[in-house]
Write a protein that binds this ligand. Structure first.
Ligand code: IPD
Length: 265
């Protein structure tokens, strides 16, 4: 692995975060993509441009998948997966709860994940085989083993009224009834980073894209947690169902999701 890959990923996430905060202060244009609730702002595009231009300058042969542009196909075995602003709705509303998500994949294996949270100045990151960190400190998933002692997270698809949206509410209700609660903070990269740091004990969501989860997934796994499809099988983008946990609660969460009919929607 080029030695400086991690440093570059962290610097890009940090610089894009700074830029996003500046946009939040000065104001920005908001557009929609596909539906009136799926927003994209001038800041998403500017942060994307900042990140992608530096990657292309340093690694012209790397592939890039980013939420805001068509895929860039390179000739090397390295691929960057980027969400320049994860939590665009929060960002557009002026909330400080959004993140910059950058992952590097080598021959299909995630090797680096960085989730930068400009609103709190926190940087969650992980390098394959070397653990997960918040800034300079090693992080680990929680040791919670009973559903009732846990706090969980979810998110909702943009599509209103879809079967998966309705199912999310059902599962939400079932987990909420048995636990400390369920949060919907609006940025999946951060949901995964919080799980890695032991702030949440589990997380489920339908229809996430690679850029929402690539960085968070390696951070959770390096922190000792699990990220799978909702039925416990290896995470596959085609299924569009994600269950992440501290590992100890995985089967209990899976059971609840199954009981609510969450595996067949
Ligand atoms: C969204 C956030 C949100 C999740 C949505 C995602 P975006 O990403 O991660 O938490 O519930 O499914 O699309 O659009 O803000 O980058």
């Amino acid at each position: 692995m080029p030695l400086h890959l991690l440093q570059i990923a962290k610097k890009l996430a940090h610089d894009a975060g700074k830029m996003a905060l500046e946009y939040q202060k000065k104001g920005f244009k908001v557009d929609t993509k596909g539906s009136h609730v799926n927003l994209v702002t001038e800041a998403d595009k500017a942060c994307n441009e900042l990140i992608v231009s530096v990657i292309q300058k340093n690694f012209p042969d790397h592939s890039i998948i980013s939420e805001e542009i068509p895929p860039i196909k390179g000739t090397s075995d390295y691929k960057w997966i980027i969400d320049p602003i994860d939590g665009t709705t929060n960002f557009a509303q002026g909330l400080p709860i959004f993140s910059i998500s950058i992952a590097v994949i080598h021959k299909g294996v995630p090797i680096i994940g960085v989730v930068e949270v400009p609103g709190t100045g926190e940087t969650f990151w992980a390098k394959q085989g070397e653990g997960a960190y918040l800034g300079k400190h090693r992080i680990h998933v929680s040791q919670t083993s009973e559903l009732k002692n846990g706090l969980y997270a979810t998110g909702l698809p943009y599509e209103r009224g879809s079967a998966r949206t309705e199912k999310t509410f059902k599962i939400y209700q079932a987990i909420h009834a048995q636990s400390r609660g369920v949060r919907r903070i609006g940025t999946s990269a951060l949901d995964l980073a919080y799980l890695a740091a032991g702030r949440y004990d589990g997380y489920f969501e339908y229809d996430l894209e690679a850029w929402d989860i690539a960085a968070g997934k390696i951070i959770v796994e390096e922190a000792g947690g699990m990220v799978t499809n909702m039925d416990g099988s290896m995470l596959s983008p085609k299924k569009g169902t994600l269950l992440a946990s501290n590992g100890l609660l995985h089967s209990k969460l899976m059971e609840t999701i199954k009981k609510e009919g969450g595996l067949n929607v």
